[in-house]
Design a protein around this ligand. Structure first.
Ligand code: UDP
Ligand code: MG
Length: 345
């Protein structure tokens, strides 16, 4: 993306599409047994309505990606897929995390669907916004971002941390739409581009805007979860935030250089003062300052080393080129088997 170009610059009219799209809806599922059946009822109902209104083709599908659930999520998916052609299922060999689950669903669908929408299994995001997503797609957009209207349904803690995180990301130079969710539409063209990004350190909300393409925005409401607990633990949220920062920006490393230089200048001033004090015979005074500065510099050293270590660690994971997910089972149109799959890398 050229310097200075923002997502908002790409939100403009595209060439209208005429062909009714084949839509694949991808839902990541991690221990969602309490709500999955209900969510699938709602989603298949919605797909049925979209088909009858002529907005999507009748071979549109709902792809459930089981992210290594420990409960009966996969059994539910398998059962539903057996009785309903609209439902497809992919099962990971273990828990790879939400970002990898949506990536897998998108990549596996990229050659089959005209467009893919990702949405959480708890359907907290308003599925009626699907019509707007499709509308934008028909207007020629290859990427349609879902942006939530407000954060009223979030708990105070989550609201503050999320808003702070988006501010921080923008300060660090990443072009992330505030309050954008992983509820978005990608055309097959955008999916093909996404498949060429090999990184394991995934933060799709930051990565997708770097791809360019004509983009649109759809605003939607967020509801409370109707069942089960949030599967995004504090640890998972922190790890997503760290991936976001380390995969999108090297500014923290530049900041370290800046802080380091400031400390060097400070050290020089202190050194000169110490010499002057020594010359005036005041060597004992200043002990407190010395200890305080030692602690401060020691602490800064550890902190900055930690930040560098974080990047080195992430780079280490990238160079290993390990698969981003491994499929254990797949219930797919035409009975595709996981070992025939090339999307795993
Ligand atoms: N999820 C996942 N893997 C994980 C954690 C979550 O696939 O390790 C899925 C989860 O099943 C849901 C979506 O990611 O479909 C969002 O999770 P959740 O609704 O719990 O997060 P929140 O809405 O609280 O941010
Ligand atoms: Mg949720």
């Amino acid at each position: 993306m050229p310097a200075g170009e923002k997502i908002s610059d790409r939100i403009k009219d595209g060439v209208m599409r005429e062909k009714t799209p084949k839509l694949y809806i991808v839902i990541p599922c991690y221990n969602e047994e309490e709500i999955l059946n209900e969510s699938l009822d709602i989603l298949t109902g919605k797909v049925g309505r979209l088909v009858s209104e002529g907005k999507v083709t009748s071979d549109s599908r709902v792809v459930c990606v089981d992210d290594g659930s420990k409960d009966s999520t996969w059994d539910i998916i398998a059962k539903r897929a057996a009785s309903d052609d609209v439902i497809l299922g992919l099962k990971f060999s273990r828990n790879y995390g939400h970002q990898n689950a949506i990536l897998a669903g998108m990549l596996e669908s990229r050659d089959i669907a005209d467009c893919v929408v990702t949405i959480d299994a708890d359907l907290q995001q308003d599925i009626e916004a699907l019509d707007d997503f499709l509308g934008k797609y028909m207007e020629g957009c290859d990427i349609v971002y879902g942006v939530r209207n407000d954060r009223d349904t979030d708990k105070a803690g989550k609201k503050i941390t999320a808003e702070g995180f988006y501010k921080l990301m923008r300060m660090l130079g990443a072009d992330v739409l505030p309050n954008s969710a992983d509820y978005r539409l990608l055309s097959s063209k955008a999916l093909k581009a996404l498949s060429e990004y090999p990184e394991s350190n995934l933060f799709l909300r930051g990565l997708i805007p770097t791809m360019g393409f004509k983009s649109g925005v759809v605003y939607f409401d967020v509801k409370d979860r109707t069942g089960g607990q949030s599967k995004y633990t504090l640890k998972k949220m922190l790890s997503l935030a760290l991936s976001g920062i380390t995969s999108m920006s090297t500014r923290p490393l530049e900041l370290i250089l800046f802080i380091g230089s400031m400390f060097c200048i400070l050290a020089l001033v202190i050194f000169i003062t110490a010499i002057v004090d020594w010359a005036r015979g005041m060597v004992v005074a200043g002990w407190t300052t010395t200890v305080a500065l030692l602690c401060l510099i020691g602490g800064m050293n550890l902190l900055t080393n930690g930040i560098v270590g974080l990047y080195v660690g992430k780079a280490y994971i990238e160079v290993k080129h390990r698969p981003r997910y491994i499929l254990d089972q797949a219930i797919w149109d035409g009975g595709k088997k996981p070992d025939e799959d090339e999307g795993q890398a």
